[in-house]
Design a protein around this ligand. Structure first.
Ligand code: ATP
Length: 234
């Protein structure tokens, strides 16, 4: 079986600055891969490159067997790549429900609609008529995830969705994960909390200074190995 996503020898960055060097990564359908690494290691850059928000300097991104490297983010979203970027980015003057409806613009059919998002995230259902500007950080993040789900992605990219949130709020966000996975949705998760990451992930990839320095099954990798890769002391 070929992978749902293959990243092959990708170099990427911003202007003259190279942030990623020769990245190779394969993710199978239904898998949850966690990307770990220190601030500035290149995790967000890799997610943006996969989603098409950033064009790589070189290399190939293949999704569902097709080379999508030259395709912009909107076309990739229609093919089923959904990104929840760092920092939420909702429309502040729209209500929660209106923000969620924006996500359906991919035109993709699937299990996710308003009713299912509300069922998976009661926190969002309770706020459906409220303007996004008046939500707490955790509520905004939950809506950002719900909006991506409304597009019925085959591959969901979650970039530090728990950043700056209280642990209880993070727990609430993570309650949606089992129903996301139950549909066979493939997930790449960037998360700072290593314990949480090791608990939910099937596979782990550690990024250090723009390179993948460790990959493996989450149940076959120790916390010490991940920590050593994280700090480059392995
Ligand atoms: P963080 O947890 O801080 O988001 P990260 O692993 O996601 O870390 P990236 O955000 O991908 O790291 O950053 C990788 C490198 O690219 C860093 O050196 C960062 O300063 C740089 N970088 C990120 N965004 C830009 C940008 N828009 N313009 C220039 N350099 C950038």
């Amino acid at each position: 079986m070929s992978a749902l996503l293959s990243v092959e020898n990708v170099d990427a960055g911003y202007g003259d600055f190279q942030a990623l060097f020769g990245i190779d990564l394969e993710v199978d359908e239904g898998e949850l891969l966690a990307l770990v690494g220190a601030n500035g290691a290149g995790k967000s850059t890799l997610l943006r490159t996969i989603a098409g928000a950033l064009k790589p300097f070189g290399g190939t991104v293949r999704f569902a067997g097709q080379d999508v490297t030259a395709e912009p983010d909107l076309r990739r979203a229609r093919k089923g790549i959904g990104l929840v970027p760092e920092g939420r980015r909702l429309f502040p003057s729209l209500t929660v429900e209106e923000n969620l409806q924006v996500g359906a613009a991919t035109g993709r059919k699937g299990p996710w609609d308003l009713a299912k998002v509300y069922e998976a995230m009661p926190l969002v259902a309770d706020r459906r008529t409220r303007r996004a500007a008046r939500l707490s950080g955790g509520e905004q993040q939950a809506v950002a995830i719900g909006r991506a789900l409304m597009g019925n992605p085959r591959l969901l990219l979650l970039d530090e969705v728990s950043l700056g949130l209280a642990p209880l709020v993070v727990d609430q966000l993570y309650t949606a994960l089992p129903s996301i996975r139950a549909d066979g949705t493939t997930v790449i998760l960037v998360e700072q909390d290593l314990n949480r990451t090791l608990a939910v992930a099937d596979h782990i990839a550690c990024v250090l200074e723009g390179r993948i320095v460790l990959t493996g099954r989450a149940d076959g990798i120790t916390r010490d190995q991940v920590t050593a890769a994280y700090f480059g002391t392995g």
